[in-house]
Design a protein around this ligand. Structure first.
Ligand code: R2B
Ligand code: URA
Length: 313
């Protein structure tokens, strides 16, 4: 069956106005060539509209291997022709990020932390712009530490908050602090949550996600090489986070939300929790269990994509 491409609202509608991607950089227009250095792609060396013009879903996650596995999984889920071994890394000219395309789905790794994902997002958003893409949905599929919820729970982010529980992302630009909103697309989160409720094997929660710039002390862990606080202080901070609606902690959501919001891209953050931070800091769950947990955000987003493409009802 040929996939029907539906608009952002999931409807076939000729009068529908396509949401436009806003790349907010006036300097780009005067550049003769744009080299997307960390992707090893460029506007003169590659035909970006031909390579990427049909992209409708961009899924990003920390690890290159996980994003290759996701691309292979989506290839099967979409019933695309050909062998999954033929899915190759579009960014093979660099080992900074990995990128795989299967039909309208682009799967890209972003590494760990705000600086790494921010570089990837600048180049990915310019890539979509140069390729003339519109009506694109973006998903971060990640792992996280849970607060007060069972390991293996998938958290769909309501608000991405900083370590003071504020829904904002602060960036220093030319020596000044610039504050950007981390608003995510509420409809996308609601739609994901609706599909999750139809998947009983997928425990899901909508909650706030706290983004930190460190995995250890920055997330209140007692098991790093350094620790400057007591167990009681750790628990008090996590409790404050819980009371502020935070249900998981990771390291990329605020900049992801802020950049997508500024560029008018509909975006959602879907992370599985690997542990409950009230029970400890070390991730001691067996590898096979962690692998199954990491498949959960992928299953939910695959369901979303198949529904949007009209492959399932
Ligand atoms: C989740 O997991 C990584 C740290 O282990 C980090 O990238 C994140 O956000
Ligand atoms: N990723 C994080 O950032 N924190 C965790 O506790 C687990 C995964």
């Amino acid at each position: 069956m040929a996939p029907i491409l539906l608009n952002c609202a999931g409807k076939e509608d000729e009068d529908y106005i396509k949401p436009q991607l806003h790349v907010k950089n006036p300097h780009l227009d005067s550049m003769e060539e744009d080299i997307l250095y960390h992707f090893s792609l460029g506007t003169k060396t590659h035909n970006l509209p031909e390579m990427f013009g049909d992209v409708k879903f961009v899924c990003v996650g920390g690890s290159g291997n996980r994003m290759r596995a996701f691309a292979k999984f989506m290839h099967q889920e979409l019933g695309l022709p050909g062998n999954t071994d033929e899915i190759t890394d579009i960014c093979e000219g660099t080992d900074r990020f990995s990128m795989y395309k299967v039909g309208p789905v682009l799967s890209i790794s972003h590494g760990m932390g705000v600086p790494s994902i921010s570089i990837m997002l600048h180049e990915m958003i310019k890539l979509l712009h140069h390729a003339g893409c519109h009506d694109v949905n973006l998903f971060r599929l990640g792992t996280s530490g849970g607060i007060g919820i069972s390991p293996g729970t998938v958290v769909i982010t309501d608000k991405a908050v900083d370590c003071f529980f504020r829904p904002q992302f602060e960036q220093v630009i030319l020596g000044k602090v610039v504050i950007r909103s981390t608003e995510l697309d509420a409809d996308l989160a609601k739609e994901l949550s609706q599909y999750a409720s139809e998947m009983p094997e997928l425990p899901t929660f909508i909650g706030n996600t706290m983004c930190t710039s460190d995995f250890y002390e920055g997330q209140g862990r007692l098991d790093g090489a350094l620790c400057s606080f007591s167990t009681e202080e750790k628990v008090e901070y996590l409790r404050k986070a819980y009371n502020a609606g935070v249900r998981n902690i990771e390291m990329e959501s605020t900049v992801f939300a802020a950049m997508c919001h500024m560029c008018n891209l509909k975006a959602a953050v879907v992370c599985v929790t690997l542990l409950n931070r009230f029970d400890g800091d070390q991730i001691s769950t067996p590898h096979e269990v962690l692998t199954e947990y990491q498949q959960r955000p992928q299953n939910l987003v695959a369901q979303f994509i198949k529904k949007r493409l009209g492959l399932i009802v």
